[in-house]
Design a binder for this molecule. Structure first.
Ligand code: BGC
Length: 279
């Protein structure tokens, strides 16, 4: 079984999630895809959720199966209550239960305020915020029903919300997106507080600028990338694996005492880089 990208440096995640069962939403591209593959590499069985792009989802499934774990693709719109409930119910039938929910699916519909339509506002809130609520709710029901199985994990289940640096950084021209991620921060903290007594860990991973299709315009030309790097003290655009590795760690018992935290994985983007020389 192959280890992680860090294998060359003497560490491996290969057994970290052995025997656990994970669902990743929006797992056929970008951060979700890398995360689903990394969870499989770490030994988890994985449901690869997608809403459009069945071919890509099947390719992700094939890559995960190469690690010797189970995987299948499931089409569902995370903003649809019935589809989310049916997706988790099917996972319980196929894999027996769920241990890790990665509420990752998200999108942008950018516009300046005066031009932003209600449909653009609503779509982003529906997918990025309501979608995470629905996925968390369905996973938590199963975690509570099953409880802790010590041979599998010290906790009864993990919910990992994919947030963003825009959980705390305002973003002109993206009020729908920034509001959704600000909401994800409070959704996560409130659920963490509510569910911790049942041994459910709820946390967030908050990416900065990661090289994926969602922000292609921000890095696809040298000029755009140079502009972007000014916002990143570490002076490198992130890769999907930077986030995937953080999710694996967050899902594992190595971080069992981490409850209600947001892990910013952003090369320092949240460090007010404008103040490095000013102020
Ligand atoms: C957004 C990207 C953006 C990054 C940093 C992410 O949450 O989806 O489009 O590049 O934040 O601003």
């Amino acid at each position: 079984m192959a280890g992680s990208v860090d294998e060359n440096r003497g560490t491996t995640t290969a057994q970290l999630l052995k025997g656990q069962r994970a669902l990743v939403t929006g797992a056929n591209s970008g951060i979700g895809k890398a995360t689903a593959i990394a969870l499989g590499r770490a030994g988890a069985d994985v449901v690869v959720n997608y809403v459009v792009g069945a071919d890509e989802a099947e390719k992700v499934v094939a890559q995960i199966k190469d690690f010797g774990v189970r995987a299948y693709a499931h089409e569902a719109d995370v903003s649809d209550e019935d589809q989310v409930a049916a997706m988790v119910a099917q996972m319980v039938r196929e894999f027996g239960t769920i241990d890790i929910m990665v509420a990752n699916a998200g999108l942008q519909r950018d516009a300046p305020l005066a031009e932003m339509t209600l449909a653009q506002w609503q779509k982003v809130i529906d997918v990025n915020l309501t979608g995470q609520f629905l996925c968390a709710r369905e996973a938590a029901k199963e975690f509570v029903r099953r409880g802790v199985v010590p041979e599998v994990s010290r906790s009864a289940g993990k919910i990992i919300c994919m947030s963003s640096v825009h959980q705390i950084i305002p973003w002109a021209g993206h009020v729908n997106y920034a509001s959704s991620k600000g909401g994800v921060g409070m959704l996560m903290q409130t659920l963490a507080q509510e569910l911790a007594p049942q041994r459910i860990r709820v946390n967030a991973v908050a990416p900065g600028a990661i090289r994926t299709p969602i922000n292609r315009d921000a890095w696809s030309t040298p000029e755009a990338e140079a502009d972007l790097l000014r916002l990143i003290p570490y002076r490198r655009v992130g890769d999907p694996d930077d986030i995937a590795n953080a999710v694996v760690a967050m899902a594992s018992d190595l971080l069992d005492y981490v409850v209600g935290a947001t892990l910013f994985v952003d090369g320092g983007m949240t460090l007010f880089p404008g103040f490095a020389t000013g102020g």
